[in-house]
Design a protein around this ligand. Structure first.
Ligand code: UAG
Ligand code: ATP
Ligand code: API
Ligand code: MG
Length: 484
């Protein structure tokens, strides 16, 4: 593609060189540059991409998009200077890949918890309707049946547009994607055209990155501010920030709620270990999910399907066949009669909700043993709060490691323990080795008890000092259950 065409939506401050050259690819990482690529220099949180311009040219970049043109420009290389490469990158990637989001019905999901659940359930539902679909999520990306491993919840703009382009080529009509707050703040979704957006909820997370709750909220809100008039914005009226999210959007606003008046409503009629009976918009339906928060998730799915033109009866029929998403409230029954539940809860709010869900079903008939930790190099403020939530609704708590990343695992555990008083500490033991912690929980559990293993869900690794070691909560539980 010709460079000038890729630059259609950006406003260059200054250009050196020829813009009529052919571009073979767009790249934000010098290490991946190939002959004829356009290299975009991004100012990151760790490094400044401008320092890699020379390296990118050595590897074959023939054009460079940057905020500062280097002092000694190389002959034969085209330099385009813009005010913000972060602003430009999405627009450039979109053009390079033929504006794929315009050829798809793209729906984005944002909020602290529930994004993966909702996006995955929508993808499963629309495939059951018979459409070709794509999914962009924390667990894995999909182009129809093809699995593409995910590094991030939301990929960088180049990878994202490449994925969407491949989805167009594969004939996909609908794509459901998670929009993380990092991705919105870093404009990874810049240049995309959304058919609709969904807001789940807002509780504390990622304050290490966003610094204040208000910044975090505004990052999420920016997604709705950017939706076009033709799109829909579906928001959770039960969340304190539900209406804040959509107050400046141009899109058509729809609300969902399990508590107050809203466009789409649901309530729980009955609740068992195998599922719930719900009333959605006046219709009764059995679903294979437990937990109040899953009613909100299912309602968000229902509202979206309605906004995408599907009929109530068709939606409910498919909804009753949907099953829990990998690592989200996934039960494993032991022969001794206790149940281990694997869940990805890694925020105080998610822990509270998942424990609520367990108690709703347990109904006082067994003990709850919780195994949890907190991730390293992430929001430290949530650690004591997570320990408090675990203790509040458990009979025993084993505090252990999650992904320590570059921190000392014992320091993270100490941060968690610092949230507890002497009385609460009586319920708690700490075991740094996560495998040992899970084994201990399995040994403690009696018939009728529930072990909650929280924080890692679908993850099949433990990240220690930059290395991902194979580690799968589900695999480990199954091992101990077999050998007991
Ligand atoms: C804090 C954060 O979001 N960081 C992301 C950001 O990295 P960064 O800004 O720190 O980049 P950097 O390392 O400083 O490098 C700056 C630029 O120089 C380039 N570079 C760097 C080195 C080199 O040799 N050559 C080169 O060209 C880089 O490609 C980059 O363009 O941009 C990078 C490229 O897109 C991402 O890989 C990186 O994700 C890091 C690994 C990360 O852990 N991100 C997490 C926190 C994240 O984004 N999580 C959210 C989900 C959170 C949730 O909701 O739960 C997600 O969407 O996954
Ligand atoms: N609507 C909800 N409200 C509160 N908690 C929820 C909700 N949905 C799911 N959870 C809890 O949060 C955990 C993560 O759910 P999910 O993976 O769907 O969220 P996410 O928004 O994709 O998270 P991430 O930001 O890590 O990608 C689940 O394991 C569950 O414990
Ligand atoms: N997307 C989240 C996932 C957290 C999962 C938890 N296991 C942890 O490592 O903290 C993050 O990167 O913060
Ligand atoms: Mg997710």
């Amino acid at each position: 593609m010709v460079l000038n065409n890729i630059l259609k939506d950006v406003r260059p401050l200054h250009i050196i060189g020829n813009v009529e050259i052919e571009v073979t690819g767009v790249n934000i990482d010098s290490r991946r540059v190939k002959e004829g690529n356009l290299f975009i220099a991004m100012k990151g949180t760790q490094m400044d991409g401008h320092q890699f311009i020379g390296k990118a040219i050595e590897l074959g970049a023939r054009s460079v998009l940057c905020e500062e043109i280097p002092q000694n420009p190389v002959d034969g290389v085209t330099y385009i200077q813009v005010t913000s490469t972060e602003d430009a990158v999405g627009k450039v990637a979109t053009q390079f890949y033929g504006d794929p989001s315009k050829k798809l019905k793209l729906v984005g999901v944002t909020g602290t918890n529930g994004k993966t659940t909702i996006a995955t359930l929508l993808y499963n539902m629309f495939r059951k309707f018979g459409y070709k679909c794509g999914l962009i999520s924390t667990v894995c990306n999909y182009i129809e049946d093809e699995e593409i491993p995910a590094d991030h919840t939301t990929p960088d703009p180049v990878e994202l547009n490449f994925l969407l382009h491949r989805m167009v080529e594969a004939g996909c009509e609908y794509v459901f994607m998670e929009c993380s707050s990092h991705a919105i703040a870093q404009k990874r979704i810049g240049g995309l055209t959304f058919t609709g957006g969904i807001f789940t909820n807002l509780t504390r997370d990622h304050l290490d990155y966003h610094k204040t709750f208000e910044n975090y909220r505004d990052a999420k809100k920016a997604f709705f501010d950017g939706l076009p008039k033709t799109a829909f914005a579906i928001t959770n009226a039960d969340d304190k920030n539900g209406m804040v999210m959509v107050q400046n959007t141009k899109a058509t606003i729809k609300t969902y709620s399990t508590r107050v008046m809203a466009d789409f409503r649901a309530k729980i009629l009955e609740c068992h270990f195998d599922g719930m009976y719900l009333e959605i918009d006046g219709n009764e339906i059995g679903v294979q999910f437990i937990g109040k928060f899953n009613v909100s998730n299912l309602l968000a799915v229902y509202s979206t399907a309605r906004m995408l033109g599907k009929k109530t009866e068709d939606i409910l029929l498919v909804m009753s066949t949907l099953q829990s998403v990998n690592g989200r409230l996934e039960p494993i029954r032991s022969p001794e009669g206790y149940t281990a539940v694997i869940d990805y809860a890694h925020t105080p709010d998610a822990l509270e909700n998942v424990l609520n869900a367990i108690h709703e079903v347990l109904n006082g008939k067994g003990q709850v043993i919780t195994v949890c930790g907190a991730g390293g190099n992430r929001d430290k403020g949530k650690r004591p709060l997570m320990a408090q939530e675990a203790v509040k609704q458990s009979d025993k708590v084993i505090i252990t490691s999650d992904n320590p990343r570059f921190e000392d695992p014992q320091d993270i555990i100490n941060d968690m323990l610092a949230g507890l008083n002497a009385q609460q500490m009586k319920k708690v033991i700490s075991i740094v080795d996560r495998k040992e912690a899970i084994r201990t929980a399995c040994m403690m559990a009696q018939k009728g008890d529930v072990i909650l293993i929280a924080g890692k869900g679908h993850e099949d690794y433990q990240e220690i000092k930059g290395v991902k070691h194979h580690f799968d909560d589900k695999e480990i539980v199954n091992q101990f259950i077999m050998h007991n």
